[in-house]
Design a protein. Structure first.
Length: 277
């Protein structure tokens, strides 16, 4: 990875500033949260949609945080003088977009992801990163197909008519979408990859099944807003800050094996790096 120490120091400073600002936000108790969930009888907007809107705003502002237990459907319905069905519909819709978690008898809690630290010193699979943090990693395959792409061919320094395997996956931590990854591989270099089920570590599959000896990788990181597709997948109401990673993975013979573009939700990532002098 070829990024300057000055860039790293500035990135770390930005992360610390963001954390400091987040820590200074006023966190609401459950009682205060209920008081903020006012229902307007003078509007045509359904009650459950009003509740959804209010809870989303409190999560986005950081006033109610990851892991906070919410009132039961019955308790919230009584507190707001609503039917339990109304509250249940609100909670169900928020669960469907990953903002709330259901824990059986443990109730319902906020599922807004906590930022997790990721080292820049070593390339690891998403599953390894998440499992090391004690979280549950999962993947949803969007597509896996053969592509002809002049831009990608130029990155691999190959003719424009060379075929590439394009794999698009959505990665989740504890059921919450964390990043969307688009990866390209030259078909003729790793033909067995066409039989991969797109679960688990692609690096393990490349080494064990495709018999590729991985050597090193270079990666760039930049800030960018989420696209319409990514905003929908991440549950954002509008385009929001994300980290955009571009990685090139090489074999021990310095042949390019993989080119990846990953969009990471900005509220879930914090990168760490050890600096020397």
């Amino acid at each position: 990875m070829f990024l300057s120490k000055r860039w790293f120091k500035q990135a770390l400073a930005n992360i610390e500033n963001a954390k400091s600002m987040q820590d200074r936000r006023k966190k609401l108790t459950v009682r205060q949260m209920i008081d903020r969930l006012s229902i307007d009888d003078q509007t045509s907007e359904p009650y459950y949609k009003q509740l959804i809107r209010h809870i989303e705003q409190l999560i986005e502002s950081g006033e109610i945080v990851h892991g906070l237990g919410l009132p039961s459907e019955r308790d919230l319905a009584q507190a707001l003088n609503l039917s339990r069905t109304t509250v249940k519909r609100c909670y169900d819709e928020l669960r469907s977009v990953g903002l709330l978690n259901a824990h059986g008898r443990g109730g319902t809690s906020v599922n807004n992801p906590e930022p997790f630290a990721n080292s820049l010193a070593k390339i690891t699979s998403f599953s390894e990163e998440i499992q090391a943090l004690g979280k549950s990693a999962s993947t949803k395959l969007e597509s896996i197909d053969i592509w002809l792409d002049k831009t990608v061919a130029s990155i691999f320094q190959l003719p424009a008519d060379v075929s590439f395997l394009r794999v698009v996956r959505l990665h989740l931590a504890d059921g919450v979408p964390i990043n969307r990854e688009v990866a390209w591989y030259e078909v003729s270099a790793v033909p067995a990859l066409q039989n991969w089920d797109a679960t688990g570590s692609v690096y393990q599959f490349l080494q064990e099944v495709c018999k590729v000896s991985l050597g090193w990788a270079e990666q760039s990181i930049e800030a960018m807003p989420s696209s319409d597709v990514e905003s929908k997948l991440f549950g954002f109401k509008a385009s929001s800050p994300c980290l955009f990673l571009k990685r090139r993975t090489y074999g021990v013979d310095s042949k390019l094996i993989e080119y990846v573009e990953t969009t990471c939700r900005g509220d879930a990532y914090a990168y760490q790096v050890k600096l020397g002098f």
